[in-house]
Write a protein that binds this ligand. Structure first.
Ligand SMILES: NC(=O)c1ccc[n+]([C@@H]2O[C@H](COP(=O)([O-])OP(=O)(O)OC[C@H]3O[C@@H](n4cnc5c(N)ncnc54)[C@H](O)[C@@H]3O)[C@@H](O)[C@H]2O)c1
Length: 238
């Protein structure tokens, strides 16, 4: 595949390494200094774009790729409030778009585990629920996109929780998310169910960025020739 990397930071570089190992070609490395490459003409020369930039720039970049009709894999977090606009354009114009708040295969299995555990805990109101996420200090958004995905799945299953809040909370209707920023943590997520008599805890710890990069490349390979809005669930058949 001929790939345009949009965002050439920590993730862009990790993706490049794995893409080259898998025989793909990097046609463009688009970063802040080379944003003008985000034009129809340049994007037309590539098979797929992989976007890992910042919460404030991702939406604009997605729109540019749609304008060029270029399939896009997006991993930037913190812009999810605009997802409906992206979905709408995607379906109306038959674009190819794949988003994951976390591309790690392990995390996507962890999402399923979280859902199952929440389903089992729905009637066990003696358990208080909390979420903790730990990332490196340069991370711009809090809570992490992964923590939000985990929290929203819990809210769907557990009626006694009405909303997530980005702090510890004593309101029994809140699902508290504690965000810690510690270097060089690439990403840990913990879900705790705590009662007077016992605790249940599930945890995923990323050891490096490699898992995210491999997932993003796998997703780009899978997206070839498909039209619509997809997630890692589609890629992994979950
Ligand atoms: N989905 C996942 O699996 C996953 C995994 C890790 C990180 N992330 C997310 O991916 C994003 C990037 O993470 P990172 O660790 O690579 O960050 P980073 O800060 O190392 O890199 C971001 C890069 O984007 C560039 N950039 C900023 N504005 C741009 C623009 N308008 N056009 C092109 N490039 C631009 C910056 O110059 C920088 O090089 C963050 O939102 C992070 O939370 C997602």
């Amino acid at each position: 595949m001929k790939i345009a990397l949009i965002g050439y930071g920590k993730m862009g570089k990790a993706i490049e390494e794995i893409a080259l190992q898998r025989g793909h070609e990097i046609i463009y490395r688009i970063d802040v200094e080379s944003e003008d490459l985000l034009e129809k003409k340049s994007l037309k020369e590539t098979d797929v774009a992989i976007e890992f930039t910042t919460p404030s720039t991702a939406f604009h970049n997605i729109m540019k790729c749609f304008d060029a009709g270029l399939p896009l894999v997006c991993g930037t977090t913190g812009w999810y409030g605009k997802i409906d606009e992206v979905k709408q354009r995607c379906f109306k114009e038959r674009q190819s778009f794949l988003y994951a708040s976390n591309f790690s295969i392990g995390v996507n299995i962890f999402f399923e585990l979280n859902k199952k555990l929440a389903e089992l805990m729905a009637k066990q109101s003696q358990y208080e629920i909390s979420l903790e996420e730990i990332h490196h200090t340069q991370k711009k958004d809090a809570p992490s996109g992964t923590a939000i995905t985990l929290a929203e799945e819990i809210l769907k299953e557990i009626p006694r929780k009405k909303k997530w809040v980005n702090e510890g909370s004593t309101n029994p209707e809140d699902l508290g998310i504690i965000s810690r920023r510690i270097d060089p943590a690439p990403g840990t997520h913990i879900i705790r169910y705590t009662s007077d008599v016992d605790d249940i805890e599930i945890r995923h710890t990323a050891h490096s960025r490699k898992g995210f990069a491999l997932g993003a490349i796998t997703a780009a390979e899978w997206l070839a020739g498909k039209k619509g809005f997809f997630t890692m669930k589609d890629v992994l058949g979950l």
